[in-house]
Design a protein around this ligand. Structure first.
Ligand code: UD1
Ligand code: MG
Length: 431
């Protein structure tokens, strides 16, 4: 499509009250700016991101994820404002879509009604019962006459309910003509991109308003807005996966990262939290379990289990209060209260309650390898590095510090002492 895109991301985002640049605050696991770039990429092969505040940090994040974008450092000292941001960008195509970096809910589909229209300027508007904070749009005979920023409004203009959503498609030639004519003679002493509208209309240009879906064009300015955008994004993500065959109990209580994927029939119970690039196939995640960048296949997890990054579970049962980190479990049962880290555990093995892989000695991390059909008694500690071969029994309460060969029993216990008559001697006679 012959369309260039400019993404405005130079603003300071003061209202976030944050050291982190606003556009790098995350929604469903990714910086909000990434969603905007994704929408832009679906529409254009010529994308320029305008940066200023913390430009290096934002650029670094973008370059790691989206190679090949163009960047412009805004001359903010001399040309502040959205008009200043768009000045002197060498766009390749003859139409230019301007997007804001703080609109994470925008999608290529929601932009379609704007980019499919032909006019000198197509601009996005919506009607709000409370329009405060937005530029008001003066519409005359179906065309936009002007946009007046709230701080520059007369009382009459303030009452206008049609507002500028902040996304436009300009003919490149329109930008080339009017950008140099902008002035900063307004309440904020900024160069307003929106002032182009009046100038262009004065010269008889066609400026078409398109009423857009408010949800998709919502800007994020505060952490309150961020949380609200997250809720809307979560609704979308959950709906997508439910339609793809994932059962969800009380979906509003479930969190799913935008990068997580599901295959086959899966169930997520209430309070399930799926972080990162987790991949879940034909599995059941029970209530209040947390999955982080894990790969889970044909398995059941939880309730209240934590499966941490780098874990692969296959044909495995994980019960309550079990934590698994960077481990590969295949055909394993670990029903209760365990920590399994840096471990490889093979088919038919049963992990008793209270089993702990002692993978860290204060300096390094070490691996525990457990073979097939091992019965690990309750309250076993496996001090890594250690290997337990196939077909082994480990007695309850054992501390495994040496490798165990196949077919063996490992047991390490202090022999039990029984002191007769102790109770009465100690407590006296109890009724
Ligand atoms: C802008 C519009 C307003 C519209 C609103 C919709 C103008 C003058 N006003 O107002 O009509 O209703 O968006 O959300 O355009 N930015 C830069 N460089 C700057 C200033 C801003 O890149 O010097 C970027 C910001 O990072 C942001 C976008 O431009 O992504 C919009 O800036 P913002 O300050 O939020 O504009 P509003 O005052 O909200
Ligand atoms: Mg804004």
């Amino acid at each position: 499509m012959s369309l260039s895109v400019i993404v405005l991301a130079a603003g300071q985002g003061t209202r976030m009250k944050s050291q982190l640049p606003k556009v790098l605050h995350t929604i469903s696991g990714r910086p909000m700016l990434f969603y905007v770039i994704e929408a832009a990429k679906a529409l254009s092969d010529d994308i320029t991101v305008v940066l200023y505040h913390q430009a290096d940090r934002i650029r670094e994040a973008l370059e790691a994820e989206f190679p090949g974008l163009g960047y412009k450092l805004q001359d903010h000292a001399n040309y502040p404002g959205t008009g200043g941001a768009v000045m002197e960008i060498p766009t390749r195509h003859d139409r230019v879509l301007v997007l804001n970096g703080d609109m994470p809910l925008v999608t290529a589909e929601s932009l379609e009604p704007l980019v499919s229209k032909e006019a000198d300027i197509v601009m996005s508007v919506f009607d709000l019962p409370d329009p405060s904070g937005y530029g008001r749009v003066v519409v005359e005979n179906g065309e936009v006459r002007a946009i007046v920023e709230e701080k520059d409004c007369t009382p009459g203009q303030k009452a206008i309910k049609t507002v500028n959503a902040g996304v436009y498609v300009f003919k490149k030639e329109v930008l080339d003509r009017y950008l140099p004519l902008l002035s900063n003679d307004n309440a904020q002493a900024e160069y307003y991109l929106t002032d182009i509208i009046k100038m262009a209309r004065d010269e008889g240009r066609h400026i078409v308003p398109v009423w857009v879906e408010e949800e998709a064009f919502k800007g994020v300015n505060s952490r309150y807005d961020l949380a609200h955008a997250e809720e809307l994004m979560q609704d979308r993500i959950r709906e997508k996966w439910m339609r793809a065959g994932v059962t969800m109990h009380l979906p509003k209580t479930i969190y799913i990262d935008s990068r997580a994927r599901f295959f086959g029939e899966c169930t997520l119970e209430n309070g399930a939290t799926i972080h990162g690039e987790s991949v879940i196939t034909e599995s059941h995640i029970r209530a209040h379990s947390v999955i982080e960048d894990a790969d889970i296949k044909n398995s059941g997890v939880g309730p209240m289990a934590r499966i941490r990054p780098g874990t692969i579970l296959e044909d495995t049962h994980i019960g309550n209060f079990v934590e698994v980190k960077k481990s590969h479990l295949k055909g394993v049962k670990a029903g209760h209260l365990s920590y399994l880290g840096d471990a490889e555990i093979d088919e038919g093995t049963n992990v008793g309650a209270g089993t702990i892989t002692c993978n860290y000695d204060g300096k390094g991390k070490y691996k525990t390898k457990i073979g097939k059909n091992v019965f690990i008694g309750s309250d076993t500690q496996l001090v890594a590095p250690v290997t337990v071969e196939d077909n082994v029994m480990i007695a309850a309460g054992t501390t495994v510090t040496r490798d165990v060969e196949s077919d063996a029993l490992a047991i390490s216990r202090t022999p039990q002492k029984t002191v007769k008559g102790f109770f009465h001697k100690f407590f006296g006679t109890k009724k």
